[in-house]
Every structure is written in structure tokens, then in C-alpha cells.
Design a protein around this ligand. Structure first.
Ligand code: ZN
Length: 171
């Protein structure tokens, strides 16, 4: 396991449409391990492979102590609308309110090669949409037309928010 450097906005890899994972082998397992470690170290709620310079359709999310690994994820249903505040490890120092669906259903493959579906709302639903956007070269700031809707935040506040999300409990 290793912590990998996180690319920031301006790096062209973040703007590429990532390639599908053809086969889940040892190198993919190692990549996912590194992604989870890098996400926790940052800390962040989610991380997509392009954020560490690997243009493959893989994302990891950790909310409520639960890690979700998504390989070749696809959004199959979006419902409702909301405009929650969000941030991104690749856009450090800012938060902004992006338009999102309230609830989302995603189809993906897990590390064992099994297909699964997952439904998300709240922070988890937001993270699913945010990470899948990364795989299509889209950043949350692309959803914000008015730059006044972005606000600068202290790095410490960003870290505390991500830690609180990882620890948050649903009960
Ligand atoms: Zn992001």
C-alpha cells in the first residue's frame, strides 16, 4: 500500500474520459488499496483513479465507516434535485454548491468481479455523482456557473469536515 500524490485542477489527466477496466487483476487490487489509503490520508470522502493520475474507471468512497469500491460504475437512475455544498481533493481550498440529484442508483463491479447495484442519497449519493463525474473528466466546479458560489475555506476546515463524514453514523 502506498499514498499517491493527488493531482489538482489544471492537470490534463483530470479532464480525460477514463478507460473501462478490462480485467480485475493484482495490479487493480493494488491500485484500489493505494486509492483507499490515499483517500484516508487526505482525508477525503471519495477518490477517483484519475485523481492519482490513472485514467481508469475506478472510484472509492468511504461514508459511515463503509468503503465502497466501484469499478466501471454507471449511473442508471437519478431522482430529485438538491444543491449541497461540496469540495474536491483536486480543487483544494474551495467549497461550492453544485446541482445534484437527491437520489442516485449506480451499477458497478466490485473487486471480486461481481456486478452490484447501490442506491445513495445524502452525502453518499453526492459522492457517487461526484466520483463518477471524475471518470468523465468533469469536476464539480463545472456545475457551478457563478464563481461567487465558490467560497474559499481553510485547509483545516476541509480536513475536519472529511474526517467527520468518515466517522458519521447513521444511527
Ligand atoms: Zn473530487
Amino acid at each position: 500500500m502506498a499514498i499517491r500524490p493527488i493531482l489538482v485542477v489544471g492537470n490534463p489527466v483530470l479532464r480525460q474520459k477514463a478507460k473501462r477496466v478490462p480485467r480485475i487483476d493484482r495490479s487493480i487490487e493494488e491500485l484500489v488499496d493505494d486509492m483507499v489509503e490515499t483517500m484516508r490520508d487526505a482525508p477525503g470522502v471519495g477518490l477517483a483513479a484519475p485523481q492519482i493520475g490513472v485514467s481508469l474507471r475506478i472510484a472509492v468512497i468511504e461514508v459511515d465507516h463503509k468503503v465502497t469500491v466501484l469499478i466501471n460504475p454507471e449511473i442508471i437512475k437519478l431522482k430529485g434535485e438538491c444543491e449541497p455544498e461540496e469540495g474536491c481533493l483536486s480543487v483544494p481550498g474551495y467549497w461550492g454548491c453544485a446541482k445534484r440529484a437527491e437520489s442516485v442508483v449506480v451499477k458497478a463491479r466490485d473487486l471480486g468481479g461481481r456486478d452490484f447495484r447501490v442506491q445513495g442519497e445524502g452525502l453518499f449519493g453526492q459522492a457517487l455523482q461526484h466520483e463518477i463525474d471524475h471518470l468523465n473528466g468533469i469536476l464539480y466546479i463545472d456545475h457551478i456557473a457563478d464563481p461567487d458560489k465558490l467560497r474559499p475555506v481553510e485547509p483545516r476546515a476541509e480536513r475536519e469536515r472529511a474526517r467527520a463524514a468518515g466517522r458519521a453514523r447513521s444511527d
